[in-house]
Design a protein around this ligand. Structure first.
Ligand code: NAD
Length: 379
């Protein structure tokens, strides 16, 4: 029996626990655990992480906060009807969905909420502590998969209230969204003093994933990129949230940053996100890249990515939950820059090209393996 299994259940506390990504995480973990589906898309299930003593998938228990009250089994049925989950999966994993549903508590701020910031943080932290004490003796990781917020002003946005609550409850933290989370200046000192590891921001699942591969290709072949423009068509809750230009601005900044970082210079072109409710969770991302070859010859590359957003995101959320839980037991703290492979706008230091990010992830796995062998070190 592995060390992680002998430590008992580990908790994954999802902020936005009734959303598409969260529901796919819970249903997907149960589907893989029971052998109904292979762990396609989960990097932690590849040979890269052999011997790293990650928490086993069957040891994960789920709970979280949401401001909606739609039961998780019903949410899963909706996703199956939309083709996001395989038909029949919600009934096959009904017990696991119901178990997670019982651990989802109201988040905030709710309409008419009179609690101030401190009271909200205390209440969220108490919820996370209670869950950990009852269900997760091996500790809990808090993962933000709630709706994207507009850029923060002076006061703490909800994502930062939850991030502060995670620190207060002694939990490592992952921000899978572009929202502020732990990035708020008011939380910097608490994050540094907490001794907890954290990772983010904004999962890299589609257009930006391609950009982090193609950007380095143009740079390495000494081709001159003149303009890189992109458009996304997306429905679902994420499409609706990103119809707000302020929320979309936070998302698009990460998509554009990867180009500046990999090409070494800003390029012309913008990214647009259009809400198309009829598409549901199915995203079409189109990129148009104008570049010059030898003697200034003008050329164009176009890419079309047609993905199911939650199916792309859920395995990464499971990977990140396992990696950050394991980082905590290995004594790692602070921003986990080695997990930049997973993010559009990574915290900490690290490369921007996917190939180099994969190499950094492999080095991270080596450190965990060293710790699993008793030779670990914190940082
Ligand atoms: N799917 C992907 O490929 C992908 C990639 C990167 C980032 N993300 C991000 O993941 C997040 C979730 O995406 P989704 O498709 O599941 O969206 P969704 O709209 O289906 O779910 C979001 C959930 O957050 C809840 N929520 C909103 N405000 C809250 C609050 N204050 N407290 C607690 N819960 C709250 C909503 O009620 C909803 O259930 C988004 O921010 C999205 O940008 C997704």
């Amino acid at each position: 029996m592995s060390a992680s299994r002998s430590r008992g259940h580990a908790g994954v506390w999802l902020i936005g626990a009734r959303g598409s990504v969260a529901t796919t995480v819970v249903a997907g973990c149960a589907a893989v655990t029971s052998g109904l589906h292979p762990p396609t898309g989960m990097v932690t299930e590849t040979a890269l992480f052999t011997g790293c003593d990650l928490p086993e998938l069957p040891s994960l228990v789920f709970g979280g906060h949401d401001t909606l009250d739609c039961p998780l089994p019903k949410r899963a049925e909706e996703l199956a009807a939309g083709g996001v989950l395989p038909p029949g999966l919600p009934s096959a994993v009904a017990a696991e969905l119901a178990a997670a549903d019982r651990e989802i508590v109201p988040g905030g701020p709710l309409p008419g909420d009179s609690r101030d910031e401190r009271q909200l943080i205390d209440a969220f932290a108490a919820d996370i502590r209670d869950f950990t004490a009852r269900r997760a003796p091996a500790g809990t990781v808090v993962v933000n998969v709630a709706s994207t917020e507009p850029a923060a002003g002076d006061s703490l946005p909800p994502s930062s209230l939850y991030a502060a609550a995670a620190l207060q409850a002694g939990c490592p933290y992952v921000n899978f969204t572009p929202s502020t989370g732990l990035h708020h200046p008011a939380l910097a000192a608490a994050a540094a003093q907490s001794g907890l590891p954290y990772a983010g921001r904004d999962g890299k699942t589609g257009q930006t994933l391609l950009r982090s591969v193609l950007g380095p290709m143009f740079a390495q072949r000494a081709l001159a990129v003149r303009a890189w423009s992109g458009t996304n068509l997306l429905g679902g809750g994420d499409g609706a949230a990103l119809a707000d230009p302020a929320a979309a601005a936070a998302k698009n900044a990460g998509k554009e940053r990867v180009l500046t970082d990999t090409l070494g210079t800003p390029v012309q072109g913008a990214v647009h996100i259009d809400d198309v409710p009829a598409l549901g969770d199915w995203k079409t991302a189109w990129d148009h890249i104008a570049f010059d070859g030898f003697l200034g010859t003008r050329m164009i590359l176009q890419t079309i990515w047609q993905g199911c957003d939650s199916a792309l995101a859920a395995p990464l959320v499971l990977d990140l939950a396992r990696l950050v839980l394991r980082a905590r037991t290995a004594g790692l703290s602070g921003p986990l820059g080695d997990l930049g492979f997973y993010f559009k706008d990574p915290v900490g230091e690290g490369p921007a090209a996917l190939g180099e990010q994969y190499a950094a992830l492999a080095r991270f796995a080596d450190r965990l393996r060293g710790d699993a062998g008793g030779a670990g070190e914190g940082r």
